[in-house]
Design a protein around this ligand. Structure first.
Ligand SMILES: *[C@@H]1O[C@H](CO)[C@@H](O)[C@H](O)[C@H]1NC(C)=O
Ligand SMILES: *[C@@H]1O[C@H](CO)[C@@H](O)[C@H](O)[C@H]1NC(C)=O
Ligand SMILES: *[C@@H]1O[C@H](CO)[C@@H](O)[C@H](O)[C@H]1NC(C)=O
Ligand SMILES: *[C@@H]1O[C@H](CO)[C@@H](O)[C@H](O)[C@H]1NC(C)=O
Ligand SMILES: *[C@@H]1O[C@H](CO)[C@@H](O)[C@H](O)[C@H]1NC(C)=O
Ligand SMILES: *[C@@H]1O[C@H](CO)[C@@H](O)[C@H](O)[C@H]1NC(C)=O
Ligand SMILES: *[C@@H]1O[C@H](CO)[C@@H](O)[C@H](O)[C@H]1NC(C)=O
Ligand SMILES: *[C@@H]1O[C@H](CO)[C@@H](O)[C@H](O)[C@H]1NC(C)=O
Ligand SMILES: *[C@@H]1O[C@H](CO)[C@@H](O)[C@H](O)[C@H]1NC(C)=O
Ligand SMILES: *[C@@H]1O[C@H](CO)[C@@H](O)[C@H](O)[C@H]1NC(C)=O
Length: 413
């Protein structure tokens, strides 16, 4: 067991809650004395006290262990100042039996944040304590319909309006770092994400930076994401997206999607402006991804602009993947994607691929089942270590894309 130097200030703790609109009186709670000293009940009390205009303050140098699921769906004007560390227990058996479940990709979470005017700020850490989850998930696949080893999302909002998260560090989430559901106006500023494993045969998987579902108004500014899956990837029905000054390392890219997974369901992503992003050492840079296959949905991705994007050592710097997830060419051709891709701009994109796809640096192969039009590339300066000239592949796209491209139907990469 790990012990913490928790300063016990019982006498002064939790004596004040606030009503003043201007000055938020800090509410404090006891900290954990060891990594099994669960303060979930104290945390919930602190949140209730700080609700309606106050602030819960989690102090620097202290750890607050959460070992019980928390329903925080009742919030209305609250601030949480996280300068210390919130650390979830890694009691896999407990969390797999006690969580909040979302049927979209069988997602579970430790806690749900909902309501309105929710602010989380500070210099502290939200620690998902993911190592045991990574070890025990190793070899499984999240999108395998038979997978039963579910892992919690580190931060989840549902039915929330006006949420702001700034300054804090997300560490070792067991699964996605964030999932925003039925949420309106959520903004992240100055946040850092890391997911790393000390076990080479159990890497952190599916530790996406940002996922969303039925969200309008998603802003991410000045953020760094160092994880092993998507850096930023809005999912079905996300609109009005603004990303600026984002740094991604070792990720699967800034992806629109995946969408179009569930049969009979219409999904869309529209109105996104993605500016000044650096993507290093990844699988993808700017990616659009939609499902195909015998039993999937339909929809559209439209009005998306990527501008000022710098990419290094990345397998697919710009890619449209409409054969998600993991379909071979035969199955994909027999059951093409029904997700349309329209009005997409890639402007000022420079850097290098990894060479994994040979000379191909851009692959825009549109599904024969979909309409792809209004695709515009401008000022693209991407090279491949596999040789020059670098190749831009296009296929089944209506209209001119703004740059010379090779017809993928004639010469597959
Ligand atoms: C969403 O939250 C509002 C209060 O913010 C509440 O009145 C409403 O019942 C909630 N809706 C659902 C579906 O939970
Ligand atoms: C590392 O992960 C592998 C794969 O799950 C597991 O068999 C092994 O026990 C883990 N090592 C440690 C030290 O936990
Ligand atoms: C672009 O984003 C990086 C962080 O990735 C930041 O350091 C830089 O200042 C930004 N550039 C501009 C022009 O804002
Ligand atoms: C970037 O990711 C690579 C692995 O992909 C890692 O070795 C390196 O330390 C990371 N860099 C930073 C600054 O986090
Ligand atoms: C997306 O919105 C459409 C139109 O409102 C709706 O039919 C569909 O069910 C929504 N998709 C999801 C995944 O909620
Ligand atoms: C396209 O998206 C941008 C945000 O990036 C928005 O300002 C603009 O109004 C959208 N255009 C249309 C036609 O909806
Ligand atoms: C995709 O485009 C086709 C042809 O323009 C159109 O008939 C279809 O309704 C579109 N699908 C969606 C989901 O918008
Ligand atoms: C590459 O793109 C970045 C980000 O847009 C920009 O700051 C840089 O000047 C560009 N480099 C070149 C050589 O064009
Ligand atoms: C493609 O995948 C399908 C379904 O998994 C499989 O039946 C088929 O044999 C595969 N074809 C090739 C060429 O790999
Ligand atoms: C690409 O090749 C296909 C098949 O040969 C052809 O039908 C299509 O017109 C070509 N497209 C362009 C833009 O040349």
């Amino acid at each position: 067991m790990q012990f913490f130097s928790c300063t016990v200030f019982f006498l002064f703790a939790a004596i004040s809650s606030a009503s003043a609109a201007h000055h938020r009186q800090p509410v404090t709670i006891r900290c954990s004395k060891s990594d099994t000293d669960d303060v979930a009940d104290d945390f919930l009390q602190g949140i209730k006290k700080a609700n309606h205009g106050g602030e819960l303050w989690l102090k620097k140098g202290e750890t607050y262990v959460i070992g019980k699921k928390l329903d925080l769906s009742f919030l209305d004007d609250i601030s949480v100042r996280l300068d210390g560390e919130i650390k979830f227990t890694d009691d896999v058996e407990y969390w797999q039996a006690n969580n909040f479940f979302y049927s979209f990709q069988n997602t579970i979470t430790f806690w749900v944040w909902g309501g309105k005017d929710i602010k989380i700020h500070g210099s502290g850490t939200l620690n998902g304590n993911g190592q045991r989850w990574y070890n025990e998930f190793a070899g499984s696949e999240i999108l395998d319909p038979d997978n039963t080893f579910l892992r919690p999302v580190l931060f989840l909002t549902d039915n929330a309006t006006n949420v702001e998260v700034s300054g804090i560090h997300f560490l070792n989430s067991p699964c996605w770092n964030n999932f925003f559901v039925r949420t309106k106006n959520i903004k992240f500023d100055g946040v850092r994400f890391d997911a790393t494993s000390n076990n080479a045969s159990a890497l952190p998987k599916n530790t996406d930076g940002f996922d969303s579902y039925n969200v309008d108004g998603l802003t991410v500014l000045n953020t760094e994401v160092n994880v092993g899956d998507d850096c930023f990837s809005p999912k079905p029905n996300t609109t009005n997206i603004h990303v600026e000054n984002l740094w991604c390392n070792g990720t699967h890219g800034v992806s629109m999607g995946s969408i179009g997974q569930y049969p009979g369901v219409l999904d869309y992503i529209s109105n996104a402006y993605i500016k000044n992003v650096t993507l290093l050492n990844g699988q993808n840079g700017a990616r659009l991804k939609a499902w195909a296959g015998p039993n999937v949905g339909y929809g559209y991705i439209s009005n998306i602009t990527y501008e000022d994007i710098h990419i290094e050592n990345t397998d697919n710097p710009i890619v449209l993947d409409q054969c998600y997830f993991d379909l071979n060419a035969t199955t994909c051709a027999a059951n093409p994607s029904k997700v349309n891709i329209t009005d997409i701009n890639f402007i000022n994109v420079n850097g290098t691929s990894s060479g994994a796809e040979g000379k191909v640096v851009v692959d825009l192969t549109c599904s024969p089942g979909a309409t792809c039009e209004g695709i515009h590339l401008e000022n693209i300066d991407l090279t491949s270590p596999a040789g020059s000239p670098p190749e831009i592949v296009c296929s089944n796209i209506n209209g001119d894309i703004g740059v010379r491209c090779t017809n993928g139907t004639d010469s597959p990469p």
